[in-house]
Design a protein around this ligand. Structure first.
Ligand SMILES: Cc1cc2nc3c(=O)[nH]c(=O)nc-3n(C[C@H](O)[C@H](O)[C@H](O)COP(=O)(O)O)c2cc1C
Length: 170
């Protein structure tokens, strides 16, 4: 069985994206890595942030997991800033940590998103799909959630169950 990890990039560590992620964790056993608890600076052309948490975290991820599930809220029609910073830093791997970067080629990528709207805006998934392509990763799908009366509706739970099956092959 492929081992997955949920990489959570929300401004709220216990918010709506977390709630979806926690349900996925319950179904798959995949752990959650909360990017908000990490010290990950913006991409810098002189790699001034090279000593922060990004490189060790990425090494841990590529060594331990096969499927990277990026869990992000929709903020202004796009991935969260925390998630985008994480993606920008993947450029470090192409320049200074090439061995770790190369290992991404063996991995799969998927996306979990949470928004107020049930319809995921056109183009939202494109940066993930294109990044996967660029990095030689296999893009394996997404699940999208929203709230109704302040709660995760049963339809979203169902979608997460189907997604969990797909991610675990069970
Ligand atoms: C800064 C900000 C921007 C948002 N932009 C959108 C948006 O463009 N489209 C949308 O459907 N919801 C938007 N929302 C609502 C969130 O996507 C939604 O509440 C999400 O479930 C929040 O997840 P979180 O608790 O992990 O932050 C926005 C919320 C915030 C705080």
């Amino acid at each position: 069985m492929k081992k997955g990890v949920i990489i959570l990039g929300s401004s709220n560590s216990k918010g709506e994206t977390y709630e979806m992620s926690a349900y996925l964790r319950e179904l798959t056993g995949f752990p959650i890595i909360d990017l908000k608890t990490k010290n990950i600076g913006e991409f810098d052309y002189e790699f001034k942030n090279a000593d922060d948490d990004f490189i060790p975290l990425m090494k841990e991820i590529v060594e331990q997991y096969d499927t990277l599930i990026f869990a992000t809220p929709v903020y202004w029609y796009a991935m969260s800033g925390i998630m985008k910073t994480f993606f920008d830093r993947i450029s470090d791997l192409l320049k200074t940590e090439k061995e770790t970067g190369r290992k991404l080629r063996e991995k799969s990528m998927a996306v979990l998103s949470s928004a107020s709207e049930p319809e995921l805006i056109n183009g939202f998934l494109m940066p993930f799909q294109e990044s996967a392509k660029y990095l030689g990763m296999q893009y394996v799908g997404n699940v999208h959630g929203w709230r109704e009366n302040g709660e995760m509706p049963e339809g979203v739970r169902e979608e997460i169950r189907a997604f969990a099956k797909k991610m675990t092959g069970r």
